[in-house]
Design a protein around this ligand. Structure first.
Ligand SMILES: Nc1ncnc2c1ncn2[C@@H]1O[C@H](COP(=O)(O)OP(=O)(O)OP(=O)(O)O)[C@@H](O)[C@H]1O
Length: 591
């Protein structure tokens, strides 16, 4: 399908949705669609949290309950307006979500889903046992939402509000995903180490995704309470938490449109199954969940990316046009170190993995405007040394100073923020993001556009500046033609170059490159050497690990040789080439 046809179909769908209650359609349809809109709003949050950020939560129904009960209580017990109820619900959700996120998001693996189950259960039983919330009977007599003198008393009247909230929520989420904070959230699934090395505070973005998802759920709860006009704990229990996840996965992991398809599919299937299953299986138990599980597995066998991907997977990749940011103001630049200043100083750096000494009291300096090579046979400890310098691994002993200040002991993020950037031995990227978006992650720290501005689309000026920088750095290493490709489609050598562009986007004073020339053809290597020489001429310092000896010998000013974790020698390329110990140990030549 072409993009234009897809857009027309979507617009027609939305127009039909809003025309429906004005047509003489059965009340049942309207009720169904009301619920689908309510569910989809919750699932939008899960698209972000689980689909995009990779954080599984079974606890969304509890946040729906929080929004519902907060407004139900203040409107019934205190007689406040539902709009104040909405504000109370959001405020309460914000506080609770921050607390729950603080407790759970440091957990990894299966602990997070388990913790969200515990949170969902705790909320359910807490609400069910509180007197002032009516225990398991809940609260009745909740007033309808009123817009001026118009009271939304019927399903048809509430329909527009429900769907406006759901669709605005979808638009805001799409905006977010296509923005600076959105890219950071998209990097959480599998790219935390890289993102931290680019100076991105990943825990903060996990918390943000969690809080946004909770607020979407809470909004739905508010609508739900005033639509139903009564609340009790059962729609906010664990079973519903599982169903919301079903909807998110079935609709399409990480796809905004999937929230609506998933919510619709589950709601319709649920009703149909409830009609027929009891008769079919001769039982009155709630067997829909079992059948749901089976349907989910079957659907995901056929379309692993969920139902919505059937509509979107043939759409061409969105292309960014460089003319969009032609006039963007350049990003701020840090003051570079003075030429000849010692930028990096490593002293007696040591790393032990159990009994293995991977780096054995190694020391060397790198000065501004200098390219230093770190060479040695496989397993000599070069990558470990990179990880020690950049804070990915803690030192066993010794120290690292950067621009005159001690950085050993700091996190990789803190070190990156001081102007040290790197590439990785095994390329670290977000494969389904475009090359340009991956590179833009490097410039993340240089502008400040946050979540709210992104959701409201008020971030475009900063976004243009950011993409312009990413494009400029890609262009510098001769890769701008590939800017719109998904990064995962590139050849390995190109992915390495992309990492260099990303590192350059951080505006570093020191660049650490781990085997930059690996996988490149001769011409590409020559072009890369030229770019690196130019960076040196501009006053940048570079430390590189490389196995291609021609590349190292022609490019570097000095070489540090390591073997079995120990420094063998250090000197100019010529001196190192002639050093008998190096020839024996590293170049394999007898002396
Ligand atoms: N996380 C770890 N746990 C245990 N041992 C490790 C760890 N990381 C590295 N090592 C060991 O430390 C030694 C140095 O490894 P390192 O990857 O730094 O070498 P290298 O010089 O970069 O080698 P190559 O050129 O093959 O990448 C190796 O013996 C390796 O097996």
């Amino acid at each position: 399908m072409k993009t234009s046809a897809f857009k027309i179909a979507t617009a027609a769908g939305v127009a039909l949705l809003f025309a429906l209650p004005l047509l003489p359609v059965p009340e049942f349809w309207i009720t169904q669609l009301d619920y689908i809109g309510l569910y989809a709003t919750v699932v939008l949050g899960l698209v972000l949290l689980t689909g995009v950020a990779g954080l599984t939560s079974f606890g969304q129904a509890a946040f729906v309950g929080l929004g519902a009960y907060a407004s139900a209580y203040v409107t019934t017990a205190l007689g406040w307006s539902p709009w104040i109820g909405l504000a109370c619900g959001i405020a309460l959700t914000l506080v609770v979500a921050l607390v729950v996120a603080g407790v759970t998001l440091r957990m990894s693996g299966h602990y997070l889903p388990l913790a969200t189950i515990a949170w969902g259960l705790a909320m359910f039983f807490l609400v069910g046992n509180l007197d002032f919330l009516g225990k398991f009977d809940g609260l009745q007599g909740i007033p309808p939402v009123a817009i001026g003198s118009l009271e939304l008393r019927t399903g048809r009247a509430s329909y527009f509000l429900i769907w406006i909230v759901a669709l605005l929520g979808a638009v805001a989420l799409r905006h977010l995903l296509d923005s600076r904070p959105g890219r950071a959230i998209r990097a959480l699934k599998g790219g935390t180490l890289m993102a931290e090395a680019m100076g991105i505070a990943t825990l903060r973005y996990k918390v943000l995704a969690f809080v946004i998802a909770a607020i979407y759920a809470s909004l739905s709860g508010w609508l739900f309470a005033h639509y139903q006009r009564s609340v009790n704990p059962s729609p906010f229990g664990l079973q519903m938490g599982i169903e919301y996840l079903f909807m998110a996965v079935l609709g399409g992991v990480g796809l905004v449109g999937g929230a609506f398809v998933g919510a619709a599919a589950v709601k319709v299937a649920e009703d149909q199954l409830q009609n027929w299953l009891p008769a079919l299986l001769n039982t009155s138990g709630p067997v829909e969940l079992v059948v749901f599980g089976m349907v989910l597995i079957l659907v995901l066998q056929v379309t692993p990316q969920g139902l919505w991907s059937l509509a979107t997977r043939r759409l061409p990749q969105r292309r960014q046009d460089p003319s969009t940011w032609a006039d963007a103001a350049p990003l701020p630049k840090a003051t570079p170190p003075a030429r000849g200043e010692t930028v990096l100083s490593v002293a007696k750096a040591r790393k032990q993995f159990g009994g293995l000494v991977a780096v054995n009291d190694v020391g060397f300096d790198v000065r501004a405007g200098e390219i230093v090579g770190l060479i040695g046979p496989n397993g000599a400890g070069k990558s470990t040394m990179f990880n020690l310098i950049t804070g990915v691994l803690p030192l066993t002993s010794g120290q690292v100073d950067f621009r005159g200040a001690r950085v050993s002991g700091l996190t990789s993020r803190a070190i990156a923020r001081r102007g040290m950037s790197r590439t990785f031995q095994h390329v670290r990227m977000i494969a389904d993001m475009s090359v340009l978006e991956n590179v833009a992650l490097g410039a993340h720290r240089r502008v400040g556009a946050g979540v709210l501005r992104a959701m409201l689309r008020l971030d475009r000026r900063d976004e243009r500046r950011l993409l312009a920088e990413a494009w400029r750095q890609l262009d510098r290493i001769g890769m701008s033609a590939l800017a719109n490709e998904p990064a995962g489609n590139l050849a390995l050598g190109q992915q390495r170059l992309m990492e260099i562009a990303r590192a350059l986007c951080t505006d570093p004073a020191l660049l650490l490159l781990d085997e930059p020339a690996a996988g490149l053809r001769l011409k590409e290597k020559q072009a890369l050497a030229e770019v690196l020489s130019q960076l040196r001429a501009e006053g940048m310092s570079l430390l590189l690990v490389e196995h291609d000896m021609d590349f190292v010998m022609t490019l570097t000013d000095r070489i540090v040789v390591v073997e079995f974790g120990t420094k063998l020698t250090e000197g100019t390329p010529d001196a190192v080439r002639e050093d008998p110990a190096v020839r024996a140990a590293y170049l394999g030549v007898e002396h």
